[in-house]
Write a protein that binds this ligand. Sequence first.
Ligand code: GAL
Length: 729
Amino acid sequence: MSGAKIILLVIVLIGNVGRIHSQISWSETAPGVWKATAGVPESYDLLKASGATPNREALSAITQAAFPLSQTDISIKVVDGKTYLRFPLQKEEQLFGFGLNFQTIHQRGKILQLHVDHYGGKDNGRTHAPTPFYVSSKGYGVFINSARYLTVYAGTGVRVESKNAPVAKDRNTDKSWSSRPYSDAVEILVPAAGVEIYVFGGPTALDAVKRFNLFNGGGCLPPRWGLGFTQRVKSLYTAEEVKKEVTAFREKGFPLDFIGLEPGWQSKSYPCTFSWDSVRYPDPAGFVQGLLKENIRVNLWTNPYVSPEAPFYKAIVPFSGSHTVWNGLVPDFTQDQARKLFFDQLQRDQVSKGVSGYKIDEVDGYDHYLWPDVASFPSGIPAEQMRQTFGLLVQRYSETIFHQQNKRTFGLVRASNAGGTSFPYVIYNDYYNHEDFITALINSGFAGVLWTPEVRASKTGEEWLRRFQTVVFSPMAMINAWASGTKPWSYNEVAEPIKQLALLRMQMMPYWYSAFARYHFEGLPPFRAMNLEEGFVQEAKKENGNANLEENPYAEAVSKEIKDQYMAGDYLLVAPLFAGQQTRKVVLPKGKWYDFFTGAFVGDGQVITVTPGLDKIPVYVKDGGIIPMMKPMLHAPLPGEKVDLNVRYYGDKPGKYMLYDDDGESYNYEKGDYCWREIKVERDKNGKLKGSISAPVKGKPNTVGNVLFEYMTNREPSPHRGRAGEGGH
Ligand code: GAL
């Protein structure tokens, strides 16, 4: 080598100090899921925290997909201890996801810092589940398995060397000048010297979402009772007051499956003692068992911060973080000893007495309330990673208690992250904007989590009813009256429609239960965005929100997004109204749609304007839609209890539906103790609609009684009701 060449080589080597250009190699780690490793990934990440294991069999059942991106357009670099990721973006490509956002569905053009936190009113990445996963309208998904605060530039940065670099324009004279020139990449900064990256194939965006959920173990399957109605009583309620509340539900004919106790059941909180208060609850076992006899389960509020008066306080000191939260210790749940001390107390003191679940509060943030990022934990896991995963850890290990006794649970939590899809928990928060609650419900389907637009109290009966209408079309039908003590019937003028809605929730239990089974076995989110629905076309109208150049010289027109209607289960489109609204537009995807309540045809691939009246929430059914319903019971059916079905059919197209069945309470479904039964509606040779259900499977659970078909749209030829007994005809 000549002297000059050696000098050149030395210069190149010096220039590359601290920089590792990874040779990216993608391997298909599960069907339709590719993995690449950048640098040296950290030993702790989201999948390790959650312990999620892919459901490979279900993944392989999805249509095969090829690697969805151009590999040469993906760039992965580790420079000075940080990982720089770049993924290509095409023109017109839309991006969804990046966690539980509350105000926007479309994420292209956003700069976000994914950070577990209470939602603070802005979609900036700080949220209860800042899942580092995005989905593209081109039919693929990308997941970064890091428990760090990731900075995301979702199509904002413009590189000099971009193949599609926008041309410079003269702002003075060129009307097409833009303050946000075209960007052809999603860029992500990971503050660590390596990370695992996963790409999920389609072919559709919905397939990519399903793959992500299945890769995380599939969605949770709640017990049947979890899909009934739940009321959370006022803080400091006594056992007697709770029993009185339960009696009031029964006497008034309101359904109730589980009741939530808020702060006050423990002797002290916050920080928490994790022990019953002996005055308000003198006989916890008698109290819980008494309610169980009435088919009412008990769910307990708690946060995980340990009071000096908790029985295991001293023992858990060495396994806790350096900083306190509300003067309580923060257990390091990545350590066996901390888990054992903490969850054994819950098991011994509450679950063994019959408690059915928890609401695990305050694991998300409001920075002042949590440990700071300078805190340390005995496991050596940095405070930042602990923050990003604490919600996962409390879900994972609390669920274990129930799993061990083969009883399902369904609870609430205020933080989660990627990897948490299979945990039977629903996210909630203290924010209370009804519109934003619906947008969060839509985004939950991209984030691999569940969200409840819980109802607390309202200024008017109208608002109460509008909020209630949406919570019954959500994963958890709940009133959280911890502060107000509100009851469903508190607003006299709307008490009757509220009752009818609560009963409708119960009638629809077979539909909700099968929707969750599809979440578990197929990864299909039970509540999801219109954007995942075939034939959905956005209105392309742009609005620029009264741009005032003096306030914002770079304001740009933005596309109006559809963030107030969503899909629920296989066939339903829900389009809520909010207080003050009498009328709204509904964007119907291509295909015929029918009114859920009347069966009437409402439109096909068009935007309709509806004025449904106060006591109706607009809900539409896809052509050929089948909705199995039961009678309006006040509690979920007991395990093994046979229930007659009223199967509604809508439209003209032949209908097909898979009804899921199991014991509704245990984990025996994990061992194959379940069955799917096919329901069909077709026309016979005389053109008459005929419904049938496949025979029960020998040796498998069967809770289906008589099946009655109700043809909602084509009520002719009469009689419009047909009957099909068990086994079908
Ligand atoms: C909040 C929680 C509320 C309620 C309250 C009780 O943190 O979000 O739903 O449980 O605590 O103090």
